[in-house]
Structures are given as structure tokens and as C-alpha cells.
Design a protein around this ligand. Structure first.
Ligand code: B3K
Ligand code: ZN
Length: 880
């Protein structure tokens, strides 16, 4: 199994056969599901053997044009069915296989979840259902008939529109679905089960009536309404902002409890992890609601960017994912707070994507080499991919970007295409040369942009002038040692020391629609001399995180304080605060970890808290980078202990400086009724941050406030936040609150996940031991990805606890990986990420981490998912 061969992007070849139609018939049974697959196959070039992908299938029959083949006419192994001789003209191929969904613990292909059947085919799961050309550039029209027991599985669903149904004499029900849009097999879906159904309707702007159906497990209907509204919002938004309408008569979403990822955009039949569907005030936090909205939007937006226009090969994954993440980010920003959404996206980049870029698994957003495709559903492909799309949007403006989208859709609707095709459409619609921009697709790693400035003050003879120099370089990544410059949009503004906007005049500075100036850095270095200045400008550089780069730029606290207090853009204010914190933290780590706030910083923070600004923005700006983000600044020998001390110290210093103001806010907010509005969500975020700082400042005095607020909390946002404060700060009430929470929510898996996660993320000494205990908790289920992520993925991201010096944290996670290797390799591979970064830690930890990697590598039947990550992390540094 571990022998799976690497595939290279440069080896792409068009398929030798196309398939025009597929008729699938399923006879569902937990252990013995029979699948009849009748395909119309069209040879594309001279006689070739026909190699169909297939894994974990029991082959029962193969026939060509109605004639059964005998065993000499084909070869079957663990990965393929090879038909050595096939007709030269179009022919009908029928394959009958048997599968065992009840024993499918990998949750790829057809499997069972709480007794229902469901599928997950992306990337290469369809081959676990039947033999097929399981590649995204083979597009066929699917007709699917499902037979199953009517009592147990009243709903039988597949892609497209329902066509016919009936019952058999034996009490079986059958339904036929037809999807008129040709699609790759990864978008196939089947669901069968007993659900509660929420129905609604949507009329598209051209007057088409669409039936909307949301299926949830019995008992969960009341928690489905918010998702339905989010779906309707998505449909309206895509029409208004992108001019894109829905195309089938029906759109279905099914929520299931066992799911490896967030959700899946199968044509007309999305399958969702229930955590991104079910939400009500009692059980979902504000963030959960926002996540539901964004994932519902994301999967809906895929209908155009992914389904109507799909990927030619899996190396192009970012074609659909980067673009669709960009679209869902814009959707959330248009419906909610643009600044808050942007800040969250920036944080994901800085704490996770930069980390991936610095890891042995670093890859360009369009990878060149893949062993296990499931390993490439990454923050790089998704989130950096979205940043690359956002840069195009910045360079072309909304109008130019939308013109490019239109050109892309006109050219490629119904096709399987590449990232180059997308860029070509953007370039053509805007008459722009995007050649250098394409380096973003081919190069891995985080570019560093260094900016230096030199100001010559105004004199009697001349106005002041500012010389700015820009230099970019991208550090080497494994297999890519020399890098080219990339095309970097730098948004910037200038302020006076009194916080007024200053005009800058220079031919290379264009006034951008965001209100900032746009400078396009396309070469390794550039120099701008800006003249006519009456005073020294304070620069806000890389505003709105206009490119996914690290900026190196020296700026005083006083200048940052001006930006924090006065910048027009909220993201720029937040960024100024973050840069102040980082300066303080890195200076502290360089000595003894101790932090004291310089008076200009305390004052700036106090003024921010008092200013008439969105409370959500205040909460974000008053939250310093977490230990995990700070660690990013240390490529080697990460000084864990000092990072821990410095982060803690800084929070204590902020808590002390703001104690009075925060106490006032906390008092004012008591007794606020719960509402799910943007305003109330924003207020709650500041209220919970206030509670955190107040409890940090005076744990004894504030303990009873927390425990009382917890018992009065009528919504999950407050309950979860207060539980987290008590647990993370080890307040006296912590164990009592944990017990109350567990007792109250033990029967609700999604809520209990929060209980696991709160404990696994605690930055306290007892966390490792607690996590080890929780693995054996009666309600922990290692076969459910949500449980595993809540406890163990959360824990492995808890930098200080996971890397506890004795290696006990490594032990807990490694044994779960060992178990999951044989059960669910996709989930196992997600847990191994922190081990692969062993080179960044001190010698002692390197040895421990390496020991686990080597031991795991020896596992019999090591899954390719793990094999690929382990071998890349063990390869000599900076090799392919
Ligand atoms: N396209 C799916 C991801 C499938 C994961 C395969 N391992 C979800 C999404 O991005 O919408
Ligand atoms: Zn997606």
C-alpha cells in the first residue's frame, strides 16, 4: 500500500477514452451492496488497453456490448481493472461489483453514518464504488437508480432531478435520478436514509423555481432553519455579485455526523458535516453560525466554480478551491463585517499557511508532484489560493475582475480546465500581461518584502522627499531552491503625525478603489522617490494584507500608535496593534520573556477601547498574536518556554492597563438579551474578551463573576466562552463548570466536541494528562472525525502543551495516528502535520518527534497518506 506512485503535473495526458453516459444501479445493503455500472465508452485514439480505476471492490461481472467477458479478457489488481482488448468503435461496457459500506471506516466512497448511506467521492473515492475512469477530465451524464428497504431508508437521493420511482414486490423502494449536466465522477453522490426534511423554494432572477431540501437526522429539524436561510442568501448573492444563477430544479443538502471534511459540493446534492448545518442559539456559538453561513455559501458557489467549470487534473485543485474560498469570503464580507472577515483570513494565513510554507510539505498553490491527493486539501491550495485570487481582484478592480470571470465562464462552461486557462481569461478580458503573476501558481514559500525608507525633511529650498526601496525574495522550499520575483500588489497609505491622510504623488502610485494607493512590485527590487512632502509621512504598508507575504519594515511605536488611532481602514488599525505586539513579544523573547507596555502603547490601547469603533474590531485589536503565530517568527530552535512566558506576560500587561475600562464594559453588558445580529455578536466578542482579561488580572476576585455568568448564560457563545476562560485560566470554578457542561450536553455530540476542545486547547501544565484521559472518555469515539479533530487536532495545535518536554503529548497523538492508519488514513494524515515539522524544535524534541516518525514509517500497511508526509519530512532538508 505504501508503494503508491507519485504523479507529476508535467505528465498530464488527455484520456484515451471518454465516457458519454453512465447508468448506475445500486442495490443497497450494509455489507453487500451491489453496483451495476453501464457506460457508453468512446475510444479517443488508436486501440489501447482500457484501464479503469477501482479499489476495495469485489468484481462480479464485466460485459462489453452485452457479452460477458471471461477471466482471460481482463486483469484485476488492487488498483485497476485492465481490459486488454476493447472495440475500436464506441461500445457499451457494464461492470457489476459488490462493496461493503458498513465496514468502510475511511469514509471515502459509499459508507454508513448513523445507519444511513452516504458517499464522498472527491478526490478519488468513486473508484471505491465501481470501476471507472476516476479523473476529473472525464465528464459524463449520470443516471442513478437506487433500490433499498423502504422502512429503513425512506429517502433515496442522488444528483440531478428525480425521474421515476416505484416499489418492488419484495417491499423495496426504488428511485431514478438524472443529472443532465456532464460531470466528473468526483461530483457523484448518493444518500439513503431516514431523515427529517426542511423544504423551501427559491425563484432565480430569470424566474426558474428551485425546490430546496435540507435533510437532517431525526430530532434536529429545529436546528436546520439557519442553514436554509444561508442557502437562500447564497443564491441571491451569487446572482447579484457574480451574475450566476442556479441550474437544476432541485438543490439538496444532507447533514451527516461522520464526515472527514467540512462539506462536499456534489452536483445538486451537497453532503455536509452536520457541524456546518445544525445551529441554534442554545447549541451553536456565534462563530458556528458564521461558519455555517460560509460553508453553505462555499458549496453553493462551487456549482459554477468547480462543477460547471471543473479541474482538468487534481494539480489544478486551486482553480476551484482558491476561487471558491475567495467567493465565500466575499459573500461573508458583503453580508457581515468586511474587516472582521479579512482579519480572520489574515490570521489563518499567518498562523497556518506560513507554517505550511516553512514545512517539508511546502507546495505551490498548484502542486507539481502528488502521491496522495487527499494530502493536498491544504491551507496553501485553499487559503493562499484565495489570496492569489484576491491579488488579481486588487490588481484588476471589481469591474475588471468580474469581466475576467465572465470571460472565463463564456470560454469554459462545461469544460475541465487549468489554472492557466483562468489566468488567460483574466488577462484577455483586461488586456493585461499576467506572466509574472503566474509565478504565484508555480512557486512555493512565503515571499519576504523588505521596505526601507529615507526621508529628507523640507528645507527653505525644497519640499521634503521620501525615498522608498522595496526588495523581495522567496526563501527556498523543498525541491525548489531558486525562485523568481512575483508580482506583488502593495496597497499603502500615508498619514501625518496628527493622523491626517496625506497625498502621495508618484507615477507608480495609482489611487486604488479601496482608498489606498496601489504600487505594483514586479521586480526583485524597486525604488520610489516621492517628492513634494510638507512633513514626514507615516506609512501604512501592505494594507488589507494585499499580498500573502511577510513584510519587513521598521516602524516606531509612536508611528504605529498613529495608525492604530487614526487609520481610515479598520484592518490597518488592527495591523498596527499586531505589529506593536509582535515588536514587544520578539524583544521579550530575545531576553527573559518579560514584557512591560511602553506608555505610548498603553495609551494607544486605552484610546482604542474608548473610541467609537465596532466592538468586534476592538476585541480583535486587543488580542495579541497567539504563541502559535509568534512561533512562526523562529525558523529554528523555537524558544517554546520564552514564547510561553512572553505571550502570557503581554496579556497580563494589557489586562492591567485596560482593567478599569474593561470592567465598565463588562458591567454595562450584563443582562443584555441574546440576539443573533451582527451588532450583538460584535458586543459579545468584546464582552468575552473583557471577561478573560478581568479574570486574568484578578482571578480570585473574578472567579464568582465567571461562574455566575456561566449559570445564567442562555446561549452557547457565552457558555463556551466562560467555560474556556475558567479552564484556560485554571479558575477555582473550572472543574465545576466542566462538570456542569458535560452533564448538560453529554447527549449532544456537536456540543460535547466543544467540551473536548476547550480542555485540549488549555495552555496549562495538566493538559497532556487530561487529553490522555479524555481519549478513554466513554463519549469519545475515535472513529468519528469530528471527535478526533475536537480533541486531538486541537491538542496538537496547542503549541506549549503538545510540545511538553517529556514527549508525553507526542505519545498520545502518535498512538491515535497508529490506530487511524488502518481505519481512516485521511484523518490520520491530518494529525501527523505537527510531527513533520520536527526540524524546527530543539535537539531533545527533534529526537522524540523523529522517533515517532520513524516508528510510524515501519507500520505494516502504512497508508499512502501517511507515507507521503513521513517520507517528505524525513528527506534531507531542501530536497525534492
Ligand atoms: N471539495 C470538498 C473537499 C473534498 C475533500 C476530499 N478529501 C470540499 C470543498 O472544498 O468544498
Ligand atoms: Zn471547496
Amino acid at each position: 500500500m505504501s508503494e503508491k506512485q507519485a504523479k507529476f503535473r508535467s505528465d498530464y495526458r488527455a484520456p484515451d477514452f471518454s465516457i458519454s453516459t453512465v447508468e448506475l444501479t445500486f442495490y443497497l445493503d450494509p455489507h453487500h451492496t451491489r453496483v451495476h455500472n453501464r457506460m457508453q465508452v468512446h475510444p479517443q485514439r488508436q486501440q489501447q488497453p482500457l484501464c479503469l480505476d477501482g479499489e476495495q471492490l469485489k468484481l462480479l461481472e464485466v460485459s462489453i456490448n452485452g457479452e460477458l467477458l471471461d477471466a482471460n479478457d481482463y486483469q484485476v489488481d488492487a488498483q485497476q481493472l485492465v481490459l486488454t482488448k476493447v472495440p475500436e468503435q464506441a461500445f457499451e461496457l457494464e461492470v457489476v461489483t459488490e462493496i461493503d459500506p458498513a465496514n468502510n471506516t475511511a469514509l471515502e466512497g459509499l459508507y454508513q453514518t448513523n445507519g444511513s448511506f452516504c458517499t464522498q467521492c472527491e478526490a478519488e473515492g468513486f473508484r471505491r464504488i465501481t470501476y471507472y475512469l476516476d479523473r476529473p477530465d472525464v465528464l459524463a451524464i449520470f443516471t442513478t437508480t437506487i433500490y433499498a428497504d423502504q422502512q429503513q431508508y425512506p429517502y433515496l437521493l442522488s444528483n440531478g432531478n428525480p425521474q421515476a420511482s416505484g416499489t418492488t414486490a419484495a417491499g423495496q423502494q426504488w428511485v431514478t435520478w438524472h443529472d443532465p449536466f456532464p460531470k466528473p465522477a468526483y461530483l457523484f453522490a448518493l444518500v439513503a436514509g431516514n431523515f427529517e426534511l426542511l423544504e423551501d423554494h427559491f425563484t432565480t432572477r430569470s424566474g426558474k423555481q428551485v425546490l430546496l431540501q435540507l435533510f437532517v437526522d431525526p430530532g434536529n429539524l429545529a436546528r436546520a432553519h439557519y442553514a436554509m436561510q444561508a442557502l437562500k442568501n447564497s443564491m441571491v448573492w451569487d446572482e447579484q455579485r457574480f451574475g450566476l444563477e442556479y441550474d437544476l430544479d432541485i438543490y439538496m443538502i444532507v447533514a451527516v455526523d461522520f464526515f472527514n471534511m467540512g462539506a462536499m459540493e456534489n452536483k445538486g446534492l451537497n453532503v455536509f458535516n452536520s457541524r456546518y448545518v445544525l445551529a441554534d442559539a442554545a447549541t451553536a456559538t456565534d462563530q458556528d453560525f458564521l461558519n455555517v453561513e460560509s460553508v453553505i455559501g462555499h458549496e453553493y458557489f462551487h456549482n459554477w466554480t468547480g462543477n460547471r467549470i471543473t479541474c482538468r487534473d487534481w494539480f489544478q485543485l486551486s482553480l476551484k478551491e482558491g476561487l471558491t474560498v475567495f467567493r465565500d469570503q466575499e459573500f461573508s464580507s458583503d453580508l457581515g463585517s468586511r474587516a472582521v472577515n479579512r482579519i480572520q483570513a489574515i490570521r489563518v494565513m499567518r498562523s497556518h499557511q506560513f507554517n505550511e510554507d516553512a514545512s517539508p510539505m511546502a507546495h505551490p498553490i498548484r502542486p507539481d508532484k502528488v502521491i496522495e491527493m487527499n494530502n493536498f486539501y491544504t491551507v496553501t491550495v485553499y487559503n493562499k489560493g484565495a489570496e492569489v485570487i484576491r491579488m488579481l481582484h486588487t490588481l484588476l478592480g471589481e469591474t475588471g475582475f468580474q469581466a475576467g470571470m465572465q470571460c472565463y465562464i463564456e470560454r469554459h462552461d462545461g469544460q475541465a480546465v487549468t489554472c492557466d486557462d483562468f489566468i488567460a481569461a483574466m488577462a484577455a478580458a483586461n488586456q493585461r500581461d499576467l506572466t509574472r503573476f503566474k509565478n504565484w501558481y508555480s512557486q512555493a514559500g512565503t515571499p519576504v518584502v523588505r521596505v526601507t525608507e529615507n526621508y529628507t525633511p523640507a528645507s527653505a529650498q525644497a519640499a521634503g522627499q521620501l525615498r522608498l526601496t522595496f526588495a523581495q525574495h522567496t526563501p527556498a522550499t523543498p525541491g525548489q531552491t531558486s525562485k523568481q520575483p512575483v508580482h506583488i500588489p502593495v496597497l499603502l497609505s500615508a498619514y501625518s503625525s496628527r493622523g491626517e491622510r496625506l497625498n502621495l504623488t508618484h507615477p507608480e502610485l495609482q489611487l486604488h478603489e479601496s482608498g489606498s494607493y496601489l504600487f505594483e512590485l514586479t521586480e526583485a527590487t524597486a525604488e520610489l522617490t516621492i517628492t513634494g512632502l510638507q512633513q514626514r509621512p507615516i506609512l501604512a504598508l501592505l494594507e488589507n494584507f494585499s499580498a500573502p507575504v511577510r513584510l519587513e519594515y521598521n516602524q516606531s511605536f509612536a508611528d504605529k500608535a498613529v495608525l492604530l488611532g487614526s487609520a481610515e481602514q479598520e484592518v490597518t488599525r488592527w495591523e498596527a496593534a499586531q505589529q506593536m505586539y509582535l515588536d514587544l513579544l520578539t524583544a521579550a523573547v530575545a531576553k527573559d520573556g518579560l514584557v512591560s507596555l511602553p506608555p505610548e502603547v498603553s495609551q494607544a490601547l486605552q484610546e482604542l477601547l474608548a473610541a467609537p469603533l465596532d466592538p468586534a474590531l476592538k476585541a480583535l485589536a486587543l488580542t495579541p498574536p497567539a504563541a502559535e503565530e509568534l512561533a512562526e517568527h523562529y525558523p529554528q530552535d523555537i524558544p517554546l518556554a520564552l514564547i510561553g512566558v512572553a505571550c502570557e506576560q503581554l496579556k497580563r500587561a494589557i489586562a492591567a492597563a485596560l482593567a478599569e475600562q474593561l470592567a465598565t464594559w463588562w458591567q454595562q453588558q450584563q443582562g443584555q438579551p441574546y440576539e443573533l445580529t451582527a451588532e450583538a455578536i460584535a458586543q459579545r466578542s468584546l464582552t468575552h474578551l473583557a471577561a478573560y482579561y478581568l479574570a486574568l488580572n484578578e482571578p480570585e476576585a473574578f472567579n464568582s463573576e465567571i461562574s455566575q455568568a456561566f449559570s445564567h448564560a442562555d446561549n452557547m457563545t457565552s457558555q463556551q466562552a466562560l467555560l474556556q476562560i475558567a479552564t484556560h485560566l485554571e479558575l477555582a470554578c473550572a472543574s465545576d463548570l466542566l462538570e456542569q457542561f458535560e452533564l448538560r450536553w453529554q447527549h449532544d455530540p456537536l456540543v460535547l466536541d466543544k467540551w473536548f476542545a476547550v480542555q485540549a486547547s488549555a495552555p496549562v501544565a495538566g493538559t497532556v494528562a487530561r487529553v490522555a484521559e479524555l481519549v478513554d472518555h466513554p463519549r469519545f469515539n475515535r472513529n468519528n472525525p469530528n471527535r478526533v479533530y475536537a480533541l486531538l487536532a486541537t491538542f496538537s495545535r496547542n503549541l506549549l502543551a503538545f510540545h511538553q518536554a517529556d514527549g508525553a503529548g507526542y505519545q498520545v497523538v502518535a498512538s491515535m495516528i497508529r490506530y487511524l492508519n488502518g481505519k481512516n488514513p485521511q484523518v490520520a494524515a491530518r494529525l501527523i502535520t505537527p510531527f513533520t515539522q520536527w526540524r524546527r524544535f530543539d535537539k531533545q524534541r527533534q529526537k522524540l518527534l523523529l522517533g515517532h516518525l520513524q516508528e510510524l514509517q515501519q507500520l505494516p500497511n502504512l497508508a499512502p497518506d501517511l507515507a507521503e508526509k513521513i517520507s517528505s519530512s524525513l528527506a534531507p532538508d531542501m530536497q525534492a
